[in-house]
Write a protein that binds this ligand. Structure first.
Ligand code: ADP
Length: 159
């Protein structure tokens, strides 16, 4: 069975993330969306909230599950006996950091491949940070995130 993990902060999950999830789920038998606990970022949503929103959003995909992890992504992937780590690439700005991470991970765990999927043009501008910024000023975020996330952001920012 070919298992892959799709790690990230998912703070919160966006339509760009969901596009990667949908496409990766077609390439692998099983996909684990793995929410990073110690991303070093200061998340808007708690781990539980991020997992809950993701769980709702991935319901249409029968071979996708949600998990969370702490520590090195590549060690988590190896523990799960994953064949690959899936990452989304939006713009050239993503490339340098991802390239460095992929090569480091390959050195640490040679059996785990990093598979990059290009963001769809429609979502290539989209990040969780942009979504949060727009929401914080009461802007319309319905076109960027699934309904469960839109509601959560509206509740959080009171609009
Ligand atoms: P991280 O903190 O690990 O970058 P993110 O939740 O920001 O976590 O992103 C997780 C993964 O999803 C990363 O590989 C990122 O490049 C990718 N990603 C984020 N937004 C998009 C998008 N709009 N389209 C495609 N991939 C995306």
């Amino acid at each position: 069975m070919k298992l892959a993990i799709y790690p990230g902060s998912f703070d919160p999950v966006s339509n760009g993330h969901l596009d990667i999830i949908e496409r990766a789920a077609l390439l692998f038998d099983q996909l684990i969306v793995a929410v990073s606990i110690n991303s070093g970022k200061n998340p808007l949503f708690t781990l539980e909230e991020r997992v809950q929103m993701l769980s709702e959003a991935i319901k249409p995909y029968s071979n996708v599950t949600i998990d969370s992890f702490t520590g090195l992504t590549v060690n988590y992937a190896a523990d799960k006996q994953a064949r690959a780590i899936v990452r989304g690439l939006r713009a050239i700005s993503d490339f340098e950091n991802e390239f460095q991470m992929a090569l480091t991970n390959k050195k640490l765990q040679p059996h785990v491949e990093t598979v990059f999927m290009m963001a769809q043009a429609e979502w290539s501008f989209l990040s969780s940070s942009v979504v949060k910024e727009v929401a914080s000023y009461g802007g319309c975020i319905g076109g960027f995130v699934p309904a469960v996330v839109e509601k959560k952001l509206r509740d959080r920012f009171g609009f």
